[in-house]
Design a binder for this molecule. Structure first.
Ligand SMILES: NC(=O)c1ccc[n+]([C@@H]2O[C@H](COP(=O)([O-])OP(=O)(O)OC[C@H]3O[C@@H](n4cnc5c(N)ncnc54)[C@H](O)[C@@H]3O)[C@@H](O)[C@H]2O)c1
Length: 377
């Protein structure tokens, strides 16, 4: 029997919104359709309409998410708006009488308190599924390394080092990403991806964070409404986990000369594994087999029909979420609200550590809330 079409609405039709639109187009044979978008910025709306027209998808457009919700046109809402807007949009979707499943772009929100309020609200709507867009988990070489670690081939993981060396932040609609107040800070905004991965590899929750970073090269000559951007462009972050594992992030956003954008290195008491993106390579060996035993594996995933901006991970993210929606009750989204919250808490702790030049405990950044930190995990 043919399954019912799952209808999507996209709130925020900028770079990631159109990326979701194109990914969903490639999932058309799975029974999905994008039926509406909401965006207050006319050029973004127009771009989405033109793109959808070329796919033969007539789109209904709205200038705001409330009208989109009221229309009752869609079953799933993709939230791909500036970070600072996620909180209110999520609360409006969750509190709307008509249930919608939600895929929200990372970071879940810009503060721990807002993440928690979203979690509280979502608890009252168990009929709605919410997935957070921490899609680096799905990049084939990273997914392969996660599998290797889960299979115990490297033993107990003791160290996780993630290096991201890349180009500066791109220009966004109305330059929202130039200021910490809109993004949560670089270590929340983009590094939540890496904190999420560290936690997965370590198999444990974070206890405390120490970071050093600054605005040293990028954006120094940019001025918006009389203000110079304050987002950091490089940092080292050290994280200690409950089980004694350690994580380290090495972020540099003026490193266009890198062969790989992400290099992930995981060492356990049995062996070492590495994942390289975009080379899409995994290297693995054990202490016993040493350097001569290093195997290099090409990581591919035949399910990917569209590589897009993130090496096929957005495609797999949608495939996974669609499966959770279709098997509701039996499957949960792979990346839930708590994962979103902890990745934000780690970023907030790292930003605070840079500001104050000291170790910051996760308890400290979560204690402003009425709940106990242990409830987070
Ligand atoms: N998963 C990833 O790797 C990844 C990569 C890039 C961006 N992102 C995230 O995606 C989100 C969007 O980023 P982007 O790069 O597409 O930015 P963008 O500036 O290209 O697009 C944002 C769009 O949202 C619209 N918008 C602003 N306020 C809105 C509102 N209240 N309702 C509806 N639309 C609104 C803007 O007009 C714009 O068209 C951010 O949360 C960002 O962190 C994720």
């Amino acid at each position: 029997m043919k399954e019912k079409t799952v209808r999507y609405g996209i709130v925020g039709a900028g770079m990631m919104g159109t990326e979701h639109l194109i990914n969903l187009r490639h999932l058309r044979c799975e029974g999905v359709a994008v039926v509406c978008v909401a965006d207050p910025h006319l050029p973004s709306r127009q771009l989405a309409v033109d793109l959808a027209k070329s796919f033969d998808w007539p789109l209904k457009v709205f200038s705001g998410h409330l009208e989109l919700l009221e229309s009752g046109l869609c079953d799933v809402v993709v939230v791909s708006t500036p970070n600072i807007t996620h909180y209110q949009i999520l609360m409006d979707i969750i509190n709307h009488p008509r249930p919608h499943h939600i895929l929200v772009e990372k970071p879940l929100c810009t503060t721990v308190a807002d993440c928690w309020k979203v979690i509280e609200a979502a608890r009252k709507r168990p009929e709605m599924l919410v997935q957070v867009g921490l899609e680096y988990r799905y990049m084939p070489p990273i997914a392969k390394l996660i599998e290797i670690v889960k299979d115990g081939l490297l033993g107990h993981i003791k160290m996780v080092a993630i290096r991201e060396h890349r180009f500066p932040f791109l220009v966004k609609v109305k330059n929202w990403n130039r200021f910490n107040s809109n993004t949560g800070g670089t270590l929340v905004e983009k590094c939540c991806h890496f904190f999420d991965l560290m936690r997965l590899f370590a198999g444990s929750n974070p206890v405390r964070v120490m970071a050093s970073g600054g605005v040293d090269v990028n954006h120094k000559n940019e001025i918006y409404d009389g203000k110079v951007p304050d987002i950091i462009d490089n940092a080292y972050v050290i994280i200690e986990f409950e089980n004694g594992s350690r994580g380290m992030l090495d972020l540099c956003m003026f490193a266009e000369g890198s062969k790989n954008e992400q290099e992930i290195c995981v060492v356990g008491d049995i062996g070492k594994g590495e994942a390289l993106v975009p080379e899409s390579i995994v290297r693995i060996s054990t202490r016993q087999d040493g350097r001569d035993g290093v195997r290099t594996l090409k990581a591919e995933d035949d399910r990917i029909k569209y590589q897009g901006l993130h090496h096929g991970s957005s495609y797999l993210e949608h495939l996974n979420f669609l499966s959770a929606i279709r098997h509701k009750g039996k499957r949960t989204p792979a990346v839930g609200l708590h994962d979103g919250l902890v990745s934000v808490a780690m970023g907030v702790a790292a930003q605070l550590s840079i500001e104050q030049g000291r170790f910051v405990s996760i308890k400290e950044v979560t204690s402003e809330n009425k709940f106990k930190p242990s409830e987070l995990f």
